[in-house]
Design a protein around this ligand. Structure first.
Ligand code: COA
Length: 161
C-alpha cells in the first residue's frame, strides 16, 4: 500500500489544501493529513481545533487519516514508516523554503521523498493568513474555506473582541 503524509499548520484548512489532498489521493492509497502542533508561526486555532475542522471537512473522503505530530516531521515519518511527504507549491517564492525542507527531511530520514503538487491557479494567492485577516475584518471567506471553517473563524474572532 502506497502511503504519504501531508503535513502543515492548517490554521485553518482552506480550499487550497483540499485541492492538494484530492489530487494526492489519485497518487496514494492512503494519506495521513498531519497537523504540526508547533508550526513555524503562532497559531490562531489550537491543535485540537485544527484537527477537528480537518476531520469534519474530510469526513466524506475515504483513504484519509487526520492526525497531529509534535517535533520533527522526519521522526514522525520514521515512526509511521512512511516514505513520502506531499507538499503544495504556489509560487516561485515557495520553492526555496520547500527545497530546503525536502532536503533536510531526507537527510534526517534517509529515503524520505517529498512529492510536490502545483497549486491550482485559482488558489495561487490564497493563504490561511489572508483568510484570517478577511474574517477578522468581517469579510466573506466563503470562496476560500468550507462553510464549517468560516463559522469557526467567525466564532473565534467574536471571542477575541
Ligand atoms: N493553496 C493555497 N494555500 C496554501 C496551499 C495551497 N495548496 N498550501 C499551503 N498553503 C498556504 C497555507 O494556508 C499557509 O498559509 P499561511 O502562511 O498564511 O499560514 C502557507 O501556505 C504554508 O502552509 P502549510 O502548507 O501548512 O505549511 P507550513 O509552512 O505552515 O507548515 C510544516 C510547515 C509544519 C510542515 C513544517 O514547518 C514542519 O514540518 N514542521 C515540523 C518541524 C520540522 O520537522 N521542522 C524541520 C523541517 S525541515
Amino acid at each position: 500500500m502506497l502511503e504519504a503524509i501531508y503535513p502543515g499548520s492548517f490554521d485553518p484548512v482552506t480550499y487550497g489544501h483540499l485541492d492538494i489532498i484530492d489530487r494526492a489521493l489519485h497518487l496514494f492509497d492512503r494519506l495521513i493529513v498531519a497537523v504540526a502542533e508547533r508550526g513555524p508561526k503562532e497559531s490562531f486555532f489550537n491543535v485540537e481545533e485544527r484537527v477537528a475542522m480537518l476531520k469534519e471537512v474530510l469526513a466524506d473522503r475515504p483513504k484519509i487519516v487526520v492526525s497531529h505530530f509534535d517535533g520533527l516531521l522526519a521522526d514522525y515519518a520514521i515512526r509511521e514508516r512512511i516514505r513520502f511527504v506531499i507538499r503544495g507549491l504556489r509560487a516561485v517564492s515557495d520553492f526555496d523554503f520547500e527545497l530546503q525542507m525536502a532536503l533536510t527531511n531526507s537527510k534526517l530520514a534517509p529515503g524520505l521523498d517529498t512529492v510536490f503538487l502545483m497549486t491550482k491557479e485559482t488558489h495561487l494567492y490564497l493563504s490561511s493568513s489572508t483568510v484570517k485577516e478577511i474574517a477578522k475584518l468581517g469579510g466573506d471567506v466563503s470562496e476560500f474555506v468550507p462553510p464549517l471553517v468560516g463559522e469557526r473563524l467567525k466564532e473565534g474572532f467574536k471571542k477575541e473582541i
